[in-house]
Design a protein around this ligand. Structure first.
Ligand code: PBG
Length: 324
């Protein structure tokens, strides 16, 4: 037989051949677009550390959701920046807060958009931690009803999916119970099941004004060195009632995405976080990398690792590059 025996290049010769044997595809419908929502009307503020990302008042967030839908991006996840913060995050359950207002407006202006909301307290507490404080520690159990009340407010506004990102133990069950007890059996729950204590959240904390005023989040978010623990987190969240689970961040945690995929049957999301976005934008701006090419390669790697859904600030531009 002729040498070389295997000529893999035969199937790489043309774009049509490559397409036929491609194992992984990325579609706009794989994306969930994060939107930062601020109070007021007519407000659109660029986020300096995230070029191309703006903070929107609720009606402009609704217009953005509609544009995303026109490009095939079927879902958004909302993060609120409230007017008022206090020690217990009272404004997190305000039905007139920016998130609840945006949920109602998106449902009105872009009814097919799947509206998800981030459920956490760090944007709503004056100390910037994700729960109730006892001294300098975040107190797990008293935080659960506060998170449940926030999720319930989002459900009442019309959210399709609530997504707790606080990393308190037991919060999935607490939120599921509160939703069910109030007639929201059909609101789905996407759990940030394996959320790591990561340096990649820096730009987000500027955008959401949610940096902790003291200390860090290592006592509740996961240690970046662990993967077995992530599988435990994922399995117990599914047991507690999560319909979908998330691994966050994405790029440095693709092994965790793969492990999660293999351990569960529920849809797996991964969060292509603010620091991952900012690195690509900064290098592309300097001409050091080809931004669109690198972005699509990164998004493909997340799908290849096993993600069904990707939360990404690239959603709109990537949908365009994919030919929408
Ligand atoms: C917490 C939350 C954070 C992110 C999403 N939800 C920040 C944190 O845990 O400090 C980060 C997202 C990103 O970096 O893009 N509500």
């Amino acid at each position: 037989m002729a040498f070389p025996l295997h000529r893999y290049r035969r199937l790489r010769r043309s774009e049509s051949l490559r397409r036929m044997v491609r194992e992984t595809t990325v579609e706009p419908s794989d994306f969930i677009a994060p939107l930062f929502v601020v109070p007021g009307t007519g407000v659109r503020q660029p986020v300096p550390s995230m070029p191309g990302v703006d903070r929107f008042s609720p009606e402009l967030a609704a217009a953005e959701a509609k544009e995303l839908a026109a490009r095939g991006v079927l879902s958004v996840i909302l993060f609120g920046i409230p007017d008022a913060k206090d020690a217990v995050g009272t404004s997190s359950a305000d039905p007139e807060g920016p998130v609840c207002r945006a949920v109602r407006l998106i449902k009105e202006k872009s009814p097919d958009t799947v509206v998800m909301t981030d459920v956490c307290l760090c944007e709503y507490t004056d100390h910037g931690h994700c729960g109730m404080l006892k001294g300098h520690e975040v107190d797990n159990d008293p935080t659960l009803p506060v998170l449940a009340a926030e999720a319930l407010a989002h459900a009442r506004a019309g959210a399709d999916v609530v997504a707790p990102s606080d990393m308190m133990d037991g919060r999935v069950r607490a939120i599921r119970d509160a939703l069910d007890a109030n007639g929201f059996q059909d609101v789905a729950l996407l759990s940030y099941a394996a959320k790591y204590s990561s340096g990649f959240y820096g730009p987000f904390r500027d955008a959401a004004e949610s940096a902790p005023s003291f200390g860090d989040r290592r006592a509740y978010q996961m240690d970046p060195a662990n993967v077995r623990e992530a599988v435990k987190e994922v399995l117990s969240d599914v047991e507690e009632g999560a319909d979908m689970v998330m691994v966050k961040p994405a790029l440095s945690y693709l092994d965790v995405v793969r492990a999660t995929k293999e351990a569960t049957n529920v849809p797996v999301a991964t969060y292509n976080v603010s620091g991952e976005y900012a690195m690509v934008k900064a290098a592309a701006e300097r001409g050091w990398i080809d931004g669109p090419r690198v972005t699509l390669e990164i998004l493909t790697s997340m799908k290849r690792a096993g993600a069904d859904l990707i939360l990404t600030y690239h959603a709109k531009e990537a949908a365009e590059w994919l030919g929408r």
